[in-house]
Design a protein around this ligand. Structure first.
Ligand code: HEM
Length: 123
């Protein structure tokens, strides 16, 4: 994942996550799961997580500690439809911000694997 950080930098990852949240905010399926009064916070958490995960600055760890992502998603009911919607919105955000190869392929694989791991109910 360090090649992703080298290629996109903080600016590219910030633009990607902003494009993703513009879609999440108005999404009928997963939008309502997010705290409606803290969109900036949600956006910052995912952005800082991805920057850290790609080998950039570790703000996420300093502010949130160990990610424990599966545990942090337990409060939300995530099945196949929610997983697929999250991935579709992220794919659209990668299109919009023209994420270049090889970052696109590396991120798509990482997102697909992580999103599937977040499922916590059947169907
Ligand atoms: C599978 C579908 C997914 C759904 C429906 C979902 C939904 C959510 C929701 C509702 C939150 C709470 C918003 C907040 O206050 O931060 C959240 C947090 C978060 N999600 Fe997801 N998520 C999904 C997949 C993913 C994936 C694939 C990743 C990573 C690649 C991810 C990373 C995060 C992170 C880093 C946070 C903030 C955790 C924290 O520090 O509290 N999520 N997610």
């Amino acid at each position: 994942m360090t090649e992703v950080f080298d290629q996109l930098g903080e600016a590219g990852i910030t633009a990607l996550i902003a494009a993703f949240y513009r879609r999440v905010r108005v999404d009928d399926l997963i939008g309502p799961m997010y705290p409606a009064d803290d969109w900036e916070g949600s956006e910052a958490r995912l952005r800082d997580f991805l920057i850290y995960r790609c080998g950039g600055p570790t703000r996420y760890i300093e502010e949130r500690g160990h990610p424990r992502l599966r545990m942090r998603h337990f409060p939300f009911s995530i099945g196949e439809a929610e997983r697929d919607r999250w991935l579709a919105l992220m794919a659209a955000a990668m299109d919009e911000t023209s994420v270049p190869e090889p970052s696109r392929e590396i991120l798509a694989g990482f997102f697909a694997q992580t999103a599937d791991f977040m499922r916590n109910r059947e169907g």
